[in-house]
Design a protein around this ligand. Sequence first.
Ligand code: ADP
Ligand code: MG
Length: 322
Amino acid sequence: MNNIIEVRNLVKQFELTSKLGLQTHCVKAVNGVSFDVPEGETLGLVGESGCGKTTTGKLILRLVKPTSGEIYLEGKDINKISKKEMRRIRKDIQVVFQNPYAALDPKMTVADILSEPLSIHRIVFKYDYDKEVKRLLNLVGLSEKDAKKFPHEFSGGQRQRIGIARAIATRPKFIICDEPVSALDVSVQSQILNLLNDLQKELKVSYLFIAHGLNVIRHMSDKVGVMYLGKIVEIGRVEDIFNNPMHPYTKVLLNSAPIPDPTIIRERQAIKGEVPSPITPPSGCSFHPRCNIAMEICKNKSPELIKINEGHKAACHFCSAE
Ligand code: ADP
Ligand code: MG
């Protein structure tokens, strides 16, 4: 299987200057992240708020420039290609944002919102815009009549459908879904997740699916990357992560996740402490202050990702292949 996206040792540091300009701090938002997303598959990215998920997505979208590292789209390094080629491939990578309320221009009709990417990227001829807008609305489960309406006339779930229609308008190969259901009522979340799954099958598109909840990640992903303070601490097929978690952080995330089935009773375990600041990350393994199996080595040495099984890796001094 071919990879649509390959990310290698991606690093993003933000320089922050204090109000008086006397101090500068460096935020290591993304600190050496690598992964592959194969054609037609979904990589789920999970981790507590502030661990660098959105920044990873923005780096791939080229909304922020990497400090170092590479991003390949179908084998091409997107930070090295010419401006002309970049214009051509921009349409291949799209995004669905978390907040469908803020993401749509309130002054534009749905037809305008969906025609804009068609015109910018010259997807179809102008006289075919109406037809194409109708096709997109059908694909996302909205009515053709909705084309004339404005965003405020829709519910949250319907607005997210418009956001998804806009993302697929350019016929992308890769879509970054950054917490696309977090802002929606629980009752409509699964409808949107099912829509994204159906579209993936129909359009053969790959997803980077960002979420902080494991239930959503499990429902959507083929592979899962668990992020902690800018690093992937465990990555594997969805069954590896859920049935055979290796990293202590993955284990506590699993234990603290709510169970959708009310007949299963399990004591939910809260994660000890808070995520440390990425300005002053802990020494050694950055999870060690919150880890219940941490030893001396964890304070001193940062663990590498090591292979557990084919496609399953974890970065912990106490993880080893079975
Ligand atoms: P997540 O999406 O996992 O919640 P983010 O990628 O949004 O995490 O943020 C990772 C870290 O980078 C956070 O500490 C955040 O405050 C910091 N950060 C993100 N964007 C910027 C920015 N433009 N300038 C400074 N710091 C930033
Ligand atoms: Mg985020």
